[in-house]
Design a protein around this ligand. Structure first.
Ligand code: MG
Length: 214
């Protein structure tokens, strides 16, 4: 088994330091209920989602996750968690390794919005990677969305979302206000999912218009 574990580049913003939950809170701003052990962040079921304190706009995000082995569980009850980009757009985390054709609720989907192109899942209890290139929605001066959020996602090094448009907040975030920036949120869906090595590289929203060689 190969475990793809990328070291954070020097310009990365370290979201999870491997030691504690500095810069993370519960959704109400209180202390997060999840635990850290040996560099691994563990969901503690029914303590609620956790949310990072730092908002991001456009970014490249890397993280690693591991679903528990729940052989008796099925569907949305099988190792469920989720990665909410800008706290609004959930990339599903689920043990979908047994699924032939993954759908809009399966691992790697933008929940109920965009199914993964292929099933790139590893079995339960194996570490998996998400590498995500996210382009925040663009808003005009009155706050109306002029361009929706877009994202490209690689799971375990395989492209599963190819520059997809996300029409709005997904699932439990639906109805929340869209902005140009927002923090990372990780979902407590009642299952003992684990995370590690979470970092992001903030991206400029635009390159320069320079054309002539310098
Ligand atoms: Mg979920």
């Amino acid at each position: 088994m190969v475990t793809l574990q990328l070291a954070a580049p020097s310009n990365a913003f370290i979201l999870f330091n491997g030691r504690d939950l500095s810069n993370w809170t519960a959704r109400d701003g209180g202390d997060p209920g999840w635990t850290v052990e040996d560099g691994i962040l563990h969901v503690v079921p029914r303590t609620g989602d956790i949310i990072h304190t730092e908002p991001l706009s456009d970014f490249y995000l890397h993280l690693e996750f591991r679903c528990p082995d729940m052989p008796e569980a099925t569907g949305q009850a099988k190792g469920n968690s989720g990665v909410f980009l800008q706290a609004l757009y959930e990339i599903q985390v689920l043990d979908s390794s047994h699924v032939n054709i993954p759908g809009t609720g399966d691992c790697g989907a933008f929940y109920l919005e965009s199914a993964p192109l292929v099933n790139a899942c590893r079995p339960a209890m194996e570490w998996q990677t998400y590498d995500i290139c996210f382009r925040a929605p663009r808003l005009d001066e009155s706050g109306d969305v002029t361009e929706h959020a877009r994202a490209t996602v690689l799971q375990n090094g395989i492209v599963i979302q190819n520059n997809v448009q996300i029409s709005g907040p997904t699932g439990s975030a639906s109805g929340m206000t869209v902005g140009t920036s927002g923090p990372l949120r990780l979902q407590d869906h009642g299952d003992r999912v684990a995370y590690r090595n979470i970092w992001a590289v903030p991206l400029p929203t635009k390159g320069s218009d320079t054309y002539e060689p310098q």
